[in-house]
Design a protein around this ligand. Structure first.
Ligand code: ACO
Length: 386
């Protein structure tokens, strides 16, 4: 029997664990070419964007599908700056969670609360404006989580600063040098979008029920948290730091022989070097030329582990992904490891919003099927007779 979408309801189906290779929609937002190791946002090569563009500009690109004119860019930057303030209730929530709370839980709760108060989000004909609020406020929330954890203080946003400069200002309570802002901005740009990855897909599943954009972003945040996805950046840095001073070949052999994975390596789509990791590695090399011993030691260990790991896994198509060198770069910028995944979340917000809004334009409830292999017709026995 075939239903009216061409799906067989009776034959034993092919089961694609992890939905590997399953297409569920058409999209013009992002192309990930896993064979060639290429990545495009709306047709623009990631290498070219990283060299010439910035996070605010690609956020516009991801929301509207075109690069902005000068006026559009100015208006977009002002709109982002205007949305940075956080309600006291959100700041109090962040201050109220226990110190040991995983910051991804705090981020998720804070964004859910912001969504609860954002009545204008109900106007679904202006989803782009809601997206701008989310992109702006998620950065303020992450900065607030970081600064409240480290100093107990919340720093008000500075509307005169750009998005990334303001994030670092709110996080540290003081402005960061231009070259550090530029490096962080490039990192945000590189993390902004990546097609139907797990967190984006979970956001799309949520919006497909006609929930709301905030709820979809909260689903995406909670999905990003896992160590097979966004959580790998913190796990990769921990692995690199444990390898400091050790023989890299023996260290990697030990990880593999104990059945563990090399964090920051491997990808469902890339079977070659992740193009984002290529750029991040170059950024790291340039940054450590004038850095202190601590970060240099971490970076040098990362380069040695990378080489040792590729020797063992490259032939299997397991190469560094975006997370491998991100930790050392964020350490250079002065971001604590526990904040890496929240920073990933603020960077991915434009990609999430872009896909959520795109999906809504041609919405269909996402509801896949499991192939039932259990029994039917089992007789129910009263509890005393079991
Ligand atoms: N280290 C060692 N072996 C690995 C790794 C790794 N990092 N990744 C995959 N493999 C091996 C698996 O053990 C398996 O080997 P086998 O066939 O001998 O059993 C084979 O490669 C295929 O692994 P799968 O898990 O089926 O591949 P999948 O497509 O699901 O993997 C994933 C993708 C989950 C990212 C995986 O590579 C991994 O666990 N990497 C480490 C975590 C990580 O860095 N995640 C971040 C990904 S990027 C991002 O989400 C932003």
């Amino acid at each position: 029997m075939i239903n009216n979408h061409g799906v067989s309801l009776t034959e034993k189906p092919q089961i694609n664990l992890g939905l590997e290779g399953v297409y569920f929609m058409e999209s013009k937002i992002c192309k990930v070419d896993g064979k060639a190791g290429k990545l495009y946002y709306y047709g623009y090569d990631i290498g070219e964007l990283a060299a010439a563009s910035n996070f605010e500009e690609i956020s516009y690109l991801l929301l509207y599908g075109e690069l902005p004119t000068t006026k559009q860019m100015k208006d977009f930057s002002s709109a982002l700056a205007e949305e940075r303030n956080l309600d006291d209730r959100v700041i109090n929530l962040i201050k109220g969670v226990p110190q040991e709370t995983n910051p991804m839980h705090t981020l998720s709760a804070a964004m859910d609360l912001i969504g609860a108060y954002d009545k204008s989000a109900e106007n679904t004909s202006d989803n782009e404006s809601t997206s701008i609020r989310i992109i702006s406020k998620i950065a303020s929330v992450v900065a607030a989580i970081g600064s409240i954890r480290s100093s107990g203080k919340y720093t008000n946003p500075d509307p005169k600063l750009g998005h990334t400069a303001n994030f670092l200002y709110m996080l540290n309570g003081e402005p960061k040098p231009k070259e550090v802002v530029k490096l962080a901005d490039t990192m945000f740009l590189l993390h902004a979008e990546h097609s139907s990855n797990a967190s984006t897909f979970s956001g799309i599943v949520t919006i497909s029920t006609l929930s709301d954009i905030y709820s979809a972003v909260v689903s995406a945040i909670n999905t990003l948290k896992g160590s097979l996805h966004g959580g790998a950046d913190e796990a990769a840095l921990k692995m690199i730091m444990s390898g400091v001073g050790k023989d890299p070949d023996k260290y990697i052999d030990g990880i593999i022989s104990s059945g563990n994975r090399i964090m920051g390596f491997g990808h469902r789509v890339y079977k070659t070097y992740d193009p984002r990791a290529v750029i991040i590695k170059e950024q790291l090399k340039a940054a450590i030329r004038n850095t202190d011993d601590r970060v240099k030691k971490i970076a040098d260990t990362a380069f040695m582990i990378e080489e040792a790991a590729i020797k063992r896994t490259g032939q299997k198509g397991i190469w560094p992904n975006v997370d491998f060198f991100s930790g050392p770069v964020y350490s250079y910028i002065g971001i604590e490891p526990e904040l890496f995944t929240p920073v990933f979340a603020l960077s991915r917000a434009p990609g999430w919003c872009s896909h959520i809004v795109e999906y809504l334009k041609n919405n269909r409830l996402i509801r896949p099927t499991v192939y039932y292999t259990g029994e039917t017709g089992r007789p129910y026995k009263e509890i005393n007779g079991r």
